[in-house]
Design a protein around this ligand. Structure first.
Ligand SMILES: Cc1ncc(C[n+]2csc(CCO)c2C)c(N)n1
Length: 215
């Protein structure tokens, strides 16, 4: 076991919950080209809010990073979030009935608040692991989905964004950072964070299907 990387041990430990997320109705609907239009609209509103939150989370990671190499990399992530991902939502929202001011479904708010809390209270490695869970999961299912027909070109573009080299490198950087900065003694703690994030993801991806909501 000694030669198995910490990040792979975490993935192994968390495989059941990760697989549950990878089989989520939303993922299955994307792969079956069957996401209802109103579900996609609400998903985009909640996603846009999360990408905005992700900027704050990565900013905390920059603040707590142990060296300049990590800081440089994470500042690049912040740049991509602010100038590539947010731009995608600006274009989408201009053409739709939803936007930055759309009220979050309570379950989308649970995800946002849970992620923000993990970051606020977590160490550099805790934050890296939380975002590794979120990015690795998207990279995994989007690679599957991109080889299937997706008739909505906006949804297709969103899936494609998560299969590009830049995104893959980012997910791999997080994975490698766990191995570089973590130790086996942290396996339990980091696996708990990975599990918690993936549970929050499952809650988040139910939200666009549950409408109307009145809270
Ligand atoms: C709900 C949700 N979970 C994970 C991702 C994947 N993802 C794409 S960009 C980004 C932030 C940093 O790059 C993350 C985590 C997502 N988009 N939405």
């Amino acid at each position: 076991m000694a030669d198995v990387r910490l990040s792979d041990r975490i993935l192994d430990r968390c495989a059941p919950v990760l697989n549950t997320m990878l089989e989520h109705r939303f993922v299955e609907d994307v792969c079956a080209d069957a996401v209802p239009a109103d579900v996609f609209d609400r998903y985009l509103a909640y996603e846009g809010a999360f990408v905005d939150t992700a900027i704050s989370i990565f900013a905390l990671a920059v603040a707590r990073a142990p060296d300049i190499e990590s800081r440089r990399h994470l500042i690049g992530v912040l740049d991509a979030l602010a100038n590539v991902q947010i731009s995608y939502f600006e274009t989408q929202f201009a053409a739709r009935d939803v936007g930055w001011d759309t009220k979050l479904h309570p379950q989308a708010a649970i995800f946002r608040d849970g992620m923000a809390e993990l970051a606020a209270n977590g160490s550099f490695l805790d934050i890296v692991t939380a975002m590794f869970a979120a990015e690795w999961m998207y990279w995994s299912w989007c690679r599957r989905a991109i080889s299937l027909p997706i008739s909505n070109s906006d949804l297709r573009a969103w899936v494609a964004l998560h299969t590009e080299d830049d995104f893959a490198e980012q997910a791999l950087w997080l994975k490698n950072a766990i191995d570089r900065y973590g130790s086996d003694a942290e396996l339990d703690q980091l696996s708990a964070i990975f599990t918690r994030v993936t549970e929050l993801e499952i809650i988040f991806h139910h939200a666009p299907y549950e409408f109307p909501h009145d809270t």
